[in-house]
Design a protein around this ligand. Sequence first.
Ligand code: NAP
Length: 419
Amino acid sequence: MFDHLPSPYGLVRLGVAPDHPKIKTSIRVYEKIAAHEDYAFWGNVTVGQDVTLPELQRHYDAVLFASGAATDRRLDIPGEDLPGSYTATEFVAWYNGHPDYRDHEFGLSAKTAIVVGQGNVAMDVCRILAKTVDELKSTDIAQHALDALAESSVEDIYMIGRRGPVQAKFSQKEAKEMGKLEICEPIVTPSDLELDPLSQAEYDDSGNQNAQRVLPVLREFSERPSANAQRRLHFEFLKSPVEIIGNGKVESIRIEKNRLEGEPNRLKARGTGETIELSAGLIFRSVGYRGAPIPGVPFRDDWGVIPNDDGRVTEADKAVPGLYVAGWIKRGPTGVIGTNKPDAQATVAALLDDLASLKPCESRDSEPLQATLKERGVRVVSFADWKIVDAAEIERGKAVGKPREKFVRVDEVLALLDK
Ligand code: NAP
């Protein structure tokens, strides 16, 4: 298993919110697999940069890509890249201690923050902005993020969805959490929950079970008397950002009101032409992740995935022998951790079916690959190395009452291993 970072576990370590520790227990399954004598971890190695695909194929009969979705979709609106407008991807990676994002800074001195999108990632971003340091300090949130959030001036958070409450993608559990925060109250305008006939049909139809679970939570929020809380999370529906405005930095956002069109369960947002401008100093775009290409590997740029036929990588609709794909880079950035289990099983079944017909690699001895990487100045981090880092992180965490204090720079990890 090759990883760009000197740590395993990808999104479980660096994407799952720090205040959702239960989800991270899936790491135990991976630890069991890693204990198998035929498993090897090659951390701190970037495939396509430190080692090419043909070099890997010299030593392995098959290569399976499970590289996820490392970038984000764009809104394609004017002002999107103004300072003060960020992607959820960056913010999530930053508060989780991803080394590539350690030095990012976010304009947390703004009083109003806008989060575009209504998925579970948008919920994570809103919750981290809404929580106090006390609510976060005993999680594994990176210390640099906790320090910056302690100075946050954010008072109003607007979570903006382009469609209605029935089409919101966040789950019930995540919605409920928003009603239990220390200094932040959820605000839902009651009239926003009066459904148009198409949404009502969608709601009544069991096809949208998420809405049946989420809507009662939103209804309960809409009936709450104001708590005059220090922070407010405003749920906004049927609104699309059309322009981010500012002179050198974000000052406001222009939003167009939408109506819904089409078939229930496939309703689309259409602009009404009516716009409003909302002052805000901080914007997070949380409209979905996007896969990134790997040099030498087929890639569908329009979908942000590696083209495949049920896990077999394809090029011009033909399977490329020995190349496989699983997870978000196979099917796009949707679904929870558990969704990847049947997805990976299907890919591995395809690999096992092909096994007898695969062209064997030149040499199964991977020692020469270790030597090549060493020559290139790449310090490969093994699973035994990772266990040393893991233990050190847990020890550092004990001192500050956290489950772990992550190392947030690759240099720090390598210095620990080679001292
Ligand atoms: P998501 O669930 O697909 O949500 C993306 C959101 O962005 C949707 O509300 C979508 O609206 C909106 N959107 C897309 N394009 C837009 C545009 N051009 N303008 C305005 N809004 C736009 O994706 P995600 O939140 O990134 O999450 C990815 C996956 O990880 C999901 O399956 C999620 O459940 C999972 N996840 C789970 C957890 C958890 O279990 N706690 C935590 C984090 C992530 P439309 O619906 O209109 O397209």
